[in-house]
Design a protein around this ligand. Structure first.
Ligand SMILES: [Ca+2]
Ligand SMILES: [Ca+2]
Length: 335
């Protein structure tokens, strides 16, 4: 059985923008199709006079961000939100503008905020923050909460998503909920929650991967799962595995990147390595190099021939599940 190619796949994303030449990195918005809209709040005109961010659409997504950490420690859940208004537009709105994001987790509420006095520079307790301030609007692209340091891991459910905005200590909008105007008085609205809960997966939905034996060593296929967006795929090979192909390739919607891998003549034990994408995907692959060793390296009759092994379709879905479970168990074992 050792002759068959064994590999396990776990999938996740990685913000490798720093590895790319300027001008070819993709924007985080390419991943919008993977997000889940959790809140839809009224679009009001009241705050344009009173000041304070007007909450409209709010989404939850997942991504890996290497600026938080490499490997699984950089996997995060993030908020995306469209907040209308900008400090300075109203004399009534002087002071600090604040947007507070909350969801419930099995470890208790996770509360983070974004604060500003000029609408361009921000103070935050999110683990990473990507904003795009526009004319009278703040696009919160990714307000990220790392999973592991906050007691979160794939498989857990988070719920009760809510956002509140303030000027100073005065509440100016909330979602779900209407528009507060004076103390407990608020203008009712059609604001609503769109989901009861969101189950964390880790950043594995950006791409999938498989490995097959090839005469030269092994062939790694990485397929983008995006229907519309584009992304760069990066492979981070173990030290003793090489490729003459570029290790960073742009793939379009449903596109595939193929890497021909050269394996060491004296294979070591199985090795894990990451496949990442520049907009936040990360997958961990487990390459059992022993499964690819030359014909004469194993006793005769111990398994299928190399030719047979090559012809056996690999069950990547099963292996992927196994790897994800292993990953989950590791996370649960972490206090
Ligand atoms: Ca609103
Ligand atoms: Ca509201």
């Amino acid at each position: 059985m050792r002759r068959s190619l064994k590999l396990a796949l776990a999938v996740t994303l990685f913000g490798a923008l720093h590895l790319l030449p300027a001008g070819i990195a993709h924007d985080a918005a390419e991943a919008n199709e993977l997000e889940v809209e959790v809140l839809r709040d009224e679009d009001n005109e009241i705050n344009s006079a009173r000041g304070g961010y007007d909450i409209t659409q709010v989404f939850i997504g997942e991504a890996h961000d290497h600026t938080i950490a490499h490997g699984s420690a950089g996997d995060a859940v993030y908020w995306r939100a469209e907040l209308y208004g900008a400090p300075g537009n109203s004399p009534l709105a002087s002071g600090e503008w604040n947007a507070v994001f909350t969801f419930e987790s099995p470890r208790g509420p996770i509360v983070r905020s974004i604060r500003t006095t000029d609408g361009k520079t921000f103070q935050t307790d999110f683990d990473a923050l990507i904003t795009n301030p526009g004319d009278g609007v703040l696009h919160v692209e990714r307000a990220m909460i790392a999973l592991a340091p906050n007691g979160l891991w794939p498989g857990l459910e988070i719920r009760d998503f809510r956002v509140e905005t303030f000027v100073g200590d005065q509440l100016r909008d909330r979602a779900p909920g209407g528009t507060p105007v004076e103390g407990p008085v608020e203008i009712p609205s059609e604001s609503r929650s769109l989901v009861d809960a969101y189950r964390l997966t880790g950043p594995i939905r950006y791409a999938t991967a498989s490995i097959e034996a090839a005469p030269e060593g092994a062939r790694l296929h990485v397929t983008s799962l995006l229907k519309k967006g584009s992304q760069h795929v990066h492979i981070h090979l173990p030290q003793d595995v090489t490729t003459s192909d570029p290790t960073s390739v742009s793939v379009g919607p449903r596109g595939e990147a193929v890497f021909l891998l050269a394996l060491p003549s004296h294979p070591t034990e199985s090795t894990a390595f990451d496949v990442t994408t520049d907009i936040g995907g990360r997958i961990t692959l487990l390459l059992d190099q022993a499964g690819l060793r030359p014909e004469n390296a194993t006793p005769a009759g111990s398994g299928p021939t190399r030719e047979e092994a090559r012809s056996v379709p690999l069950p990547p879905a099963v292996l992927l599940a196994a790897a994800c479970i292993a990953s989950l168990q590791r996370r649960r074992a972490t206090p």
